[in-house]
Design a protein around this ligand. Structure first.
Ligand SMILES: [Zn+2]
Ligand SMILES: [Zn+2]
Ligand SMILES: [Zn+2]
Length: 283
């Protein structure tokens, strides 16, 4: 399994527009790992998790061909995770040629909200309309918490992220050729029910929402203190081991810091801080 990390920021990216906090100021000064685009990852060059506003530019930056994407897993439809503008470029009116079929997997609430964003960009399109599906060459598959489904050589389980119940936000475990990846961004809480499923796995790669620093939690997400506890629990329950690669992602400036400082602290607790353009190869 090859993972390309396309983005690792919360909200609109890091540093935040117009913000003059120390974190944003230092991020601007440092560049490199401290410039974060909105969170998404690409698996094996063909499975995108979250068609966020920055995801396609990131593919171009990191040598990935977005024209080869076959599968889209959406965690949810918030504007930092889904960009209707990218989606409507599949329309034949935009002169798109040789479109590869796209299978989209998301919750019903997310699909309805995605449709709203698509219509904002192009009122004549409708996500659920059969002629749209044909013209833009895609299918939508609705999934919910606890659903397990196969996509080509991938086995995927959808889990409730408690982040936004209105749109039934989800996070996912993706298994591919004996390797297991947990991608858990925009998570308020891992419920007991979700843990019961996660505990059945030995995870090789883990991404966890660390939107906030410890003591700065403004809601809807995990913070650094919670991430440390989750990581500790995963080691105790042998869901991960010393060979597992565990990363924090969806980083905001609130209570977090520049990459170098965050990485030093995280490594004391058995995990790392993801950065844009990072690649993980695990076989
Ligand atoms: Zn987000
Ligand atoms: Zn700031
Ligand atoms: Zn969100």
């Amino acid at each position: 399994m090859k993972i390309t990390v396309l983005g690792t920021a919360a909200a609109t990216g890091m540093p935040l527009a117009f913000c003059n906090c120390e974190v944003c100021k230092n991020a601007r000064k440092n560049g490199k790992k401290d410039i974060r685009k909105r969170s998404s990852i690409l698996i094996n060059g063909e499975m995108l998790i979250d068609l966020g506003p920055d995801s396609i530019n990131a593919c171009n930056m990191y040598n990935e061909d977005a024209g080869k994407i076959k599968y889209l897993l959406q965690t949810h439809s918030h504007s930092d995770h889904f960009d209707g503008g990218h989606f409507v470029t599949r329309w034949s009116d935009y002169a798109t040629k040789n479109l590869i079929h796209l299978d989209i997997y998301c919750s019903k609430g997310t699909a309805l909200d995605i449709n709203h964003w698509i219509k904002e960009n192009e009122p004549s399109l409708d996500l659920f309309n059969e002629s749209c599906k044909k013209n833009l060459n895609y299918d939508v598959h609705l999934v919910k918490h606890g659903d397990s489904f196969n996509v080509d050589d991938y086995k995927i389980i959808a889990l409730d992220s408690q982040h936004d119940s209105r749109i039934e936000s989800l996070f996912y475990i993706i298994s591919y050729k004996g390797k297991n990846l947990l991608y858990a961004t925009d998570v308020l809480k891992i419920t007991d029910e979700a843990w019961n499923i996660i505990k059945k796995y030995k995870l090789d790669i883990v991404f966890l929402d660390q939107t906030y620093g410890e003591g700065y939690n403004n809601g809807g997400h995990l913070d650094c203190g919670e991430v440390k506890e989750i990581v500790k629990y995963m080691y105790e329950e042998e869901i991960v081991n010393n060979n597992s690669k565990i990363y924090a992602t969806h980083i905001s400036h609130e209570g977090n810091n520049i990459h170098e400082i965050m990485e030093k602290e995280a490594s004391l607790y058995g995990y790392h801080i993801a950065y844009d353009g990072m690649q993980i190869n695990i076989f």
